[in-house]
Design a protein around this ligand. Structure first.
Ligand SMILES: NC(=O)c1ccc[n+]([C@@H]2O[C@H](COP(=O)([O-])OP(=O)(O)OC[C@H]3O[C@@H](n4cnc5c(N)ncnc54)[C@H](OP(=O)(O)O)[C@@H]3O)[C@@H](O)[C@H]2O)c1
Length: 257
């Protein structure tokens, strides 16, 4: 029987993995999306959309669908899904791998302040004297910042929040990465930004703002990644494929009875 692999996606890496596995391997690939985006980019192969109903729901799905392996390629900040994947795969006794992009690390000249949650982000912003802020966080995370009366925000996101929290002074900029360095330089200059607030997503697509901030000596308030379960971890698609070769039934004759 052709092995079935579930990819927990919603990221560039999940998309690329689904495309690669569908094109190159004798596998059935199911790509899973949470359903947050109205018209998501769908990779080759099968896609299912929507939550599973927690870890127990995921375990039921794995059994019913006869899934042999799961790759958690969700965004570094999608930690709930990561914990559910660990618990669901353990319950259904299915192998699980984490495909993650490396976190950004500060370089000489960076002025980063690392924070652990949105509450700390807001208090750091209030105390540091920021006046004009590029706010590059998610839709659900905006509300915490709307009470900062003395700060003007440039709010950049992919999809408009419905509704936009009542910011007294803000401009909404709808844009999807990748963002290049010259455009990021111009954005910071045009809006006289003095501080960037973002999360440590990692990856190349949105990293140029950090280079532009370094060049201008701007403050960056960087939210650390949430904790995820300890799992076999890879950062590159070829390594995910090598892991599949190892765990899929019949792929390692030395271990078969
Ligand atoms: N958080 C970010 O900054 C961010 C950025 C870019 C893309 N994304 C993508 O957006 C999705 C949602 O992110 P989030 O931060 O809201 O996740 P989350 O807080 O970790 O997950 C919340 C719930 O959404 C469902 N879910 C999440 N990812 C799923 C997937 N790939 N397939 C099916 N159900 C999924 C699960 O529902 P059930 O409990 O019902 O199973 C999960 O318990 C993820 O797929 C992630 O890769 C997130």
């Amino acid at each position: 029987m052709t092995p079935r692999v579930l990819i927990l996606g919603g990221t560039t890496e999940g998309y690329a993995l689904a495309e690669t596995l569908t094109a190159k391997r004798d596998l059935q690939v199911i790509n899973s999306l949470a359903g947050r985006t109205a018209s998501p980019r769908l990779p080759a192969g099968e896609t299912r959309i929507g939550g599973f109903g927690g870890a127990a729901g995921l375990a039921d799905f794995l059994r019913l669908q006869g899934i042999s392996a799961v790759i958690d390629a969700t965004h570094p900040f999608a930690a709930s899904m990561g914990w559910n994947a660990a618990e669901g795969c353990r319950a259904a006794q299915v192998a699980l791998l984490r495909l993650d992009r490396p976190a950004w690390t500060p370089q000489p000249g960076d002025r980063w302040e690392m924070v652990d949650d949105w509450e700390e982000t807001v208090s750091t912003l209030r105390d540091c004297g920021a006046r004009r802020v590029l706010l590059a966080v998610g839709r659900q995370e905006l509300a915490a910042f709307a009470g900062l009366q003395d700060i003007w925000f440039l709010i950049r996101m992919v999809t408009a929040p419905e509704p936009l929290p009542p910011f007294p002074r803000a401009r909404l900029l709808l844009a999807r990465g990748p963002f290049d360095l010259s455009a990021e330089r111009e954005l910071l200059e045009t809006h006289a930004i003095d501080t960037i607030v973002c999360k440590n997503s990692g990856g190349d697509s949105t990293a140029a703002k950090l280079v532009a901030a370094r060049e201008r000596g701007l403050r960056v308030i960087m939210r650390r990644r949430p904790t995820r379960p300890e799992l076999p971890l890879v950062t590159r698609i070829p390594d995910a494929i090598a892991w599949l070769d190892w765990v899929l039934p019949g792929s390692n004759p030395a271990l078969d009875p």
